[in-house]
Each structure stands twice: as structure tokens, then as C-alpha cells.
Design a protein around this ligand. Sequence first.
Ligand code: RIB
Length: 338
Amino acid sequence: MKVTIRDVARRAGVGVATVSRVLNGTGYVKAETRERVLAAAAELGYVPSQLARGLVRRLSGTVGLVVPDITNPFFPLITRGVEDAASEAGYTVFLCNTDNDPVLEAQDVRKLREHRVDGIIFVGTTERRELVDQLLADDIPVVVMDRQLEHADVDTVTVDNVAGAQAACRHLIELGHRRIAHAAGHQSTRTGQDRCQGYRMALEEADIPYDPACVTWGDFTFESGFRVGQVLLGLSPRPTAVFAGNDLIALGVIRAAEEAGLSVPDDLSVVGFDNIQMAALVRPGLTTVRQPAREMGRLAMTMLLERIRGEFSGPGRRHVYPPELIVRGTTRRREPLG
Ligand code: RIB
């Protein structure tokens, strides 16, 4: 006789709606109830085809979120979006901060696996594929965010970093700047490289010769922006504008300019990337490129749930958000010399 969802509900001592929530991974269900329902379904052999994978894997109702730097306000925004979608689905998120350290990163992924998470949202310290390849080989769903792994068959959620950087630099060029420097982020990330490429493309289309001295790499922090800013402001001739690899770098460059007795935007225009909340709060407000971080986090979690529930099992999907330039007070027209 065919086992029905009602049989499972009766065996587990819960309502049909609860069984459906557990099996579909939607809505909140207490961990103990979830276990009872899964056990009852397994005992009765209730394995509808689209759910077979979930039952065989014994879903834990938890996922991991691995980020490189939780002190960068961009990542709490991502986390917020992941949490939004996770809690709607009754899921709990384990957050791991790797401090941009590949060793810690590998340890974090191992710990998440020991906790039997159902899937992982991953923002790597580098573009290395090994960890992600290993997870996929072991049938653990993964969504990569804010990074792009070449040739890896994995879902990714990013903004168009090249287009965003181009928009930022075109804005500076339209304001009459020609000596534009780039305070770049982490060279080991595709994110950093793409933003540098967008910078170079914008210069090229405006026939501005590329000067390698005008690009200094660091990491995606305020401290790095301060250090790199000091180097770039020491160039001769001094740049009149800086495109920063993210908002924290931009704030560091602005601090370096202030300490050198320069005014932003009168002596130096600065553009960031991300549109963290602070960008609108500082004075002058930071001109920047917005990425919809919270929405990106929500989408990454939604895509992960589709994999976990077996609703999607095709090849890696790539979702690239369009960037948006937000003009505030740190950029202004460059008056022609003489
Ligand atoms: O990953 C570091 C940086 O990349 C963040 O600040 C944000 O800009 C992201 O896109």
C-alpha cells in the first residue's frame, strides 16, 4: 500500500502541514520535531522523488556562511540578506569569519562540515577552487558570493565589478580629471582584479595613458587605504582623483589626504565601491558604486535552498547584478589649469 504524507504525520504525531514544512524546508519547525518527522518518513519509506535527496542526506536545517572580514560593513549587509531568507525557511545560519586567512578558511569549512550543515555560502579569500570543488564532489551544495571561480561548476552571485569600476572612473573623467590613481584591493581576488580592469578600460576609452605608478595594491581595509593613499599622494605630479577598490579603502585615502593637508573634494576627488551605510553618513558623503548587498545575500540563500531541496540540480548558475553609481560630495569638477 502506498505510504502517504498523512501516514508520516500520524507516525510523527504532528499535522500534515508540519510534515510538508519539514520536507520542503519551508517555515519554522523545532529541531526535535524535524528529526521526528524525518525519522517517521524514513521508517515508512516515504520518499517522494524530488525529496529523496533531502531525506537521504538527513537535512539539519543549518547552513554555513563564510566571509573574509566581518569588520567590513559590506559583509554584515550580506549576512542580513542571507538571514532574511534563511529564517523565512526555518533555517539557522552559522557565520564564520576567516580574517582573509586561507588556513582559517579551510578550518572553518571543515568545522561546518562536522556540524553537518546542509550547504555553504562562500566568500573566499582567494579565487582558489579546491575547497569548493571538494564540497561539490561530496554533494554539499555551495553558492559562491562576491567572487568568481573560473570554470568551476558552481552557482555565483556577484555585481558587475568591471562595469562598476568603469562607471566610477568615467564619472571622474567627465569631471575633467586625467591624473586618476587606483587604490586597489586584494590582488589575489578576481573582485580586485576586475575593478582594476574597469579602471584601465575607462582610461583607455578616454585616451588617458596608463601609468603603472598610479595603481597600488593593498587589501580591502581602511588601514590599507590610508597606507596606499600616502603612497599615491606622494606621486609627482600628484593625482587629482582616486578610484578606491572599496568604501573602506576610500575612507582611508580621505584620511591620508586630510593628514597631508589636502581637502576632499577641492584638492582630491575620491570614489569608493560598495555603498556601505557609512558612505551616506560621513561628511562630505562618499561618492561610490552601489552593490545591492542585502539583496545579493538573500538571493544566494534562495539559490542554496533550491539546491538543498533538490528543486534545481542543473549546471552552475551565474547571477551578476548591475552596479549603480551614487554621486555624493567627495567628487567635484577639476578646474582647468592656468
Ligand atoms: O571582498 C572584499 C570586497 O569585495 C568588499 O569590500 C566588497 O567590495 C566586495 O565586493
